[in-house]
Design a protein around this ligand. Structure first.
Ligand code: AFP
Length: 317
């Protein structure tokens, strides 16, 4: 008998029915993000054919060159969310300031990185989209622990959407023939320990001593394998499935590292922690940080709890 798959839409609805006072607003929002990601994935998969490779000819707030595909994904998500009627504010890694919408009833804000790993566009490597959703609070910038949902879409050898509302983590694979995300990875759990690490080791000489010593430890005796895609979505997805540790530490040229708290670290930490893993800035759980700036960065390590605990030990020695 053919397998009966649960679609993302069915899954979201089932989850909503478990919450007596649910208004359907969050479900609608998640569905709209998934729909937008299907359009982004079509563009990603055809980028070499539709003239959307290369640079858009401008720089973002981090002085990084914006790619055409970055700009496309950003505009699509802004339009989709603006038209959804469910959000009062939208913040993007690619926009200096949030877009505030005058929809009085809307109770959610969405933070996103439209195209994570955009340097991979022109060489046909992995890309992602990351999103993070908060309920209206006293402050616009809230700690990551207040997220009501977070997820990513991984445009890899298949397209996957992984999300959590804090209870469990579920992964859906896009069935391109039907155009539906199907529940292929229910209740994802990260292994307690792995034997893979991911870091931009080209920066080794710039890292602090504890990070250098930890890397030396990983290479000793029965060495860990190094895997690095330069796309946080692809890297963290690997560690969620296989276990191990992903790191983007500070270095002498970037004292706060490179990764952005609101757009990359908080949503990915929410997923990893809900799946039973651990994330740390070196001293703190990033989800506890009270953000002071929309585009703030912080060093991070995340993955299997045993591996991250060991990483922390090297900072205490
Ligand atoms: P973009 O979001 O600007 O494409 O950057 C990707 C990223 O923030 C993250 O996905 C990677 O882990 C990291 O940069 C790679 O940075 P390095 O090239 O410095 O290793």
């Amino acid at each position: 008998m053919a397998q009966q798959w649960t679609t993302l839409a069915e899954h979201i609805l089932k989850e909503e029915q478990k919450i007596p006072k649910a208004t359907g607003s969050l479900s609608l929002l998640l569905t709209r993000i998934a729909e937008a990601s299907k359009i982004i994935s079509t563009h990603v998969k055809h980028s070499g054919l539709i003239g959307i490779e290369g640079l858009a000819g401008k720089q973002n707030v981090y002085q990084e060159d914006v790619k055409k595909l970055d700009e496309f994904a950003n505009n699509l998500l802004v339009d989709t969310l603006s038209e959804s009627g469910q959000v009062f504010a939208i913040a993007s890694e690619e926009m200096e300031k949030p877009k505030i919408l005058k929809d009085g009833k809307a109770e959610y804000s969405v933070f996103f990185d439209p195209l994570d790993g955009s340097n991979n566009v022109d060489n046909n490597n992995s890309l992602g989209t990351i999103f993070s959703i908060y309920k209206k609070g006293k402050d616009f910038l809230q700690p990551g622990k207040n997220q009501v949902a977070a997820g990513y879409i991984f445009y890899g050898s298949s397209v996957m959407l992984v999300y959590t509302t804090g209870k469990n983590v579920n992964g859906f694979t896009l069935d391109a023939s039907e155009g539906s995300f199907l529940l292929s990875h229910p209740n994802m759990k990260i292994p307690k320990k792995g034997n893979i690490y991911g870091i931009n080791e080209g920066n080794y000489n710039l890292f602090d001593k504890p990070v250098q010593k930890y890397i030396q430890f990983l290479k000793k005796d029965k060495p860990y394998r190094l895997r690095y895609a330069a796309c946080m979505v692809a890297d963290v997805h690997r560690f969620l499935i296989d276990g191990g540790i992903f790191m983007y530490p500070s270095d002498s040229s970037a004292p706060k590292g490179k990764l952005r708290l609101m757009f990359e670290i908080n949503p990915m930490s929410f997923i990893i922690q809900t799946a039973g893993g651990m994330t740390i800035t070196t001293t703190e759980n990033p989800l506890d940080l009270v953000p002071s700036q929309l585009h703030q960065k912080t060093p991070v390590a995340m993955g299997s709890s045993d591996d991250v605990k060991n990483f922390v030990k090297f900072h205490k020695k």
